[in-house]
Design a protein around this ligand. Sequence first.
Ligand code: ATP
Length: 317
Amino acid sequence: MIKIRELVKAYGKLTAVNRLTLDIGENEIFGLLGANGAGKTTTIHMLATLLKPTSGSATVNGYDIVTQPAKVRSSIGIVFQAPSSDDILTGYENLHLHSMLYSVPRQIRRKRIEEVLELVGLADRKNDQVKTYSGGMRRRLEIARGLLHKPKVMFLDEPTLGLDPASREVMWKYVRTLVEEEKITVILTTHYMEEADMLCDRIAIIDKGKIVALDTPAGLKAGLGGDVIRLKTKDPQAAKLAERFDFVNRVEHSNGFLVLSVRDARKALPILLQQVEAESAEFSSPTLNDVFIQITGRNIDKEQAEGGFMERFAKYD
Ligand code: ATP
């Protein structure tokens, strides 16, 4: 559905996107994960024909982003970071206006609007003014709007930015539904680790305009060497016994604990405990945040996320 080859965007001396090469399949939820300023939005804007690449090429739905921009635009829907629905119009009126702008044929307009409202769970609020909607509902309305012309690809730029955790989860549910029901490809940018982990089939971690890792969430986590088991044991033979299992990659002593690196702790632990006598046992799995820190050396903490949010919205005041 999307082929990107050596795509570059430079702003003067700053290379915001640096030789990006990537294929994204049909019906995939693909995440571009990175800190503020990593180059996610610039990438999406180039693919959506809003920005011209400095060099390199890309196709969306088989159309070239530079030479066939109109064809690309009719293949895509896009939801920007900054909300752009009209506050004093109702949800339905916003969609109606947009369907006219996008030349959705008059005969199917009403049916399509009802369909997309249903899809994003706003059918019962369609006649309320948008100014009475919550942040999550506004974002869902924007998604509905992007779906009106039945695009093949949907770009969501930070779809849950600024939403509370509960609304964020609701949003994930709707994104999954739209992939299943509309059979489209979703490309989203995010700097929320949990969002990338829970929602995306594959993730590209972007740092300073480059892809530094690309895999499924499980694959990225497995790349860190798997799970960690901590055993409290007085058994002097414990380390030796543990080393004999081929699923144990590493054995270390730390603060009175035996610390084992294993591929899958859930499977390994019961087997280990048959051989090793332990007073207590616990395990943990690496998170996507661990992967991110390991690969980029940065930690996207909440403060940075919120800071980025305020900064961004300040631009639109
Ligand atoms: P965020 O989540 O904060 O939007 P991002 O990963 O989407 O981050 P981009 O917005 O793509 O990052 O920005 C990438 C880099 O390009 C940043 O260093 C940014 O300052 C720079 N940049 C973006 N737009 C412009 C512009 N119009 N002129 C100059 N520099 C720009």
